[in-house]
Design a protein around this ligand. Structure first.
Ligand code: DAH
Length: 340
């Protein structure tokens, strides 16, 4: 063979090898390819013989190409042989007896779980769910709740102001007014949602947290109705052994006003660190709707009476799950969130 054609011949053998290999399906056909190309009298051996007669000018480059082809063909045949034998023995099939991979499943945030439970408790008692804006006017957040400008009760709640007359609501109580403006009695609603206070975060304070407001207005509604509803809620939420107590307090929007406690959820009243050995845990405030508030909302306080109450969702959740630090709810640490 003329030496000029040698590199062309190597390329042709290479191509032939590739296409034969692509078609090989079993060990015998692979063995035939091996003898045809890599055997003592195979194509590659024949090309090596030709190399000896070639023009020294092409010999060097053709020799390099030929060696490269020989090595590549050898490892390709070996690789293919391993694949074919694995296939024939069934080793490449999936082992269906191995345990599967469990896909990671998302969970509800503990505050969402408790919020939903609170809603469902009150829905069973006949309360509808109402909503109001988080960016609220001074009028609804304070004035219509009988907290006029300069009233000392404004200091009870460190307010975040958006502008002079606009605040981030400091409680869900303003929803009471919005509902009463739009709906004649009987009214029986809860208003769950986010509230904001200018507080420095620590184990028990967060500048954003959640409350649920309750409001019931009708003819003949009394403080006894309020106590019955709060007791039913406490038992539904924390168990049938719960008792409640009311202590006199003051809120401008209720008269009389009270703060209410539940039997300590942790020690069931025996006394522990969480209840500071009193057997009671403080929940929030409540009372009979102040006639002044009815006046702001346009409801006849001669004909109607009502009760209102508040509660903190973080507080309930911390008691229910014995969470020590409120900040855990907002840090999104999956080790914490994965426990609910
Ligand atoms: N709004 C009060 C607070 O954020 C909680 C509250 C107290 C709500 C008494 C009420 C109530 O409806 O009657 O501290």
């Amino acid at each position: 063979m003329a030496s000029e054609n040698l590199t062309g011949e190597i390329r042709k053998i290479d191509e032939a090898f590739q296409s034969r290999l692509a078609e090989a399906k079993d060990a015998p056909s692979l063995e035939r390819i091996r003898t045809d190309f890599l055997g003592r009298k195979g194509h590659i051996a024949r090309l090596f013989e030709t190399l000896g007669e070639a023009d020294p000018a092409v010999r060097r480059e053709a020799g390099r190409l030929l060696n490269e082809l020989k090595n590549r063909a050898q490892s390709a045949v070996l690789g293919e042989a391993a694949r074919v034998s694995a296939k024939e023995s069934g080793e490449d099939r999936p082992d269906l007896t191995l345990p599967g991979y469990a896909p990671p499943v998302g969970r509800l945030h503990p505050l969402t779980i408790v919020m939903r439970r609170v809603k469902s408790c009150f829905q069973k008692l006949g309360f509808a769910v109402a909503q109001g804006p988080e960016v609220e006017s001074d009028y609804y957040n304070f004035e219509a709740l009988n907290i006029p400008p300069g009233h000392p009760a404004r200091d009870m709640q460190d307010t975040l102001y958006v502008s002079d007359r606009v605040v981030l609501r400091t409680h869900t109580s303003p929803v009471q007014i919005r509902v009463m403006e739009n709906q004649k009695p009987p009214v029986r609603i809860i208003a769950p949602g986010r509230v904001y206070r200018r507080d420095t975060p620590d184990a028990s304070h967060s500048p954003v947290f959640h409350q649920v407001e309750g409001l019931c207005v009708d003819e003949g509604v009394s403080f006894a109705d309020l106590k019955a509803v709060i007791l039913a809620f406490a038992r539904e939420m924390f168990g049938s052994d719960m008792t409640i107590r009311f202590r006199p307090s003051f809120f401008p929007f209720t008269e009389p006003s009270a703060e209410y406690d539940f039997t300590c959820v942790i020690c069931r009243g025996k006394g522990c660190r969480v209840c500071k050995n009193t057997g009671w845990v403080e929940i929030s405030g409540a009372g009979m709707v102040n006639p002044e508030v009815f006046r702001f909302a346009g409801i006849d306080s001669e004909r109607y009476t009502g009760y209102a109450f508040g509660m903190g969702v973080e507080r309930l959740t911390m008691l229910l799950y014995e969470v020590q630090d409120i900040r855990a709810f907002y840090e999104n640490d999956l080790r914490f969130l994965g426990q609910f």
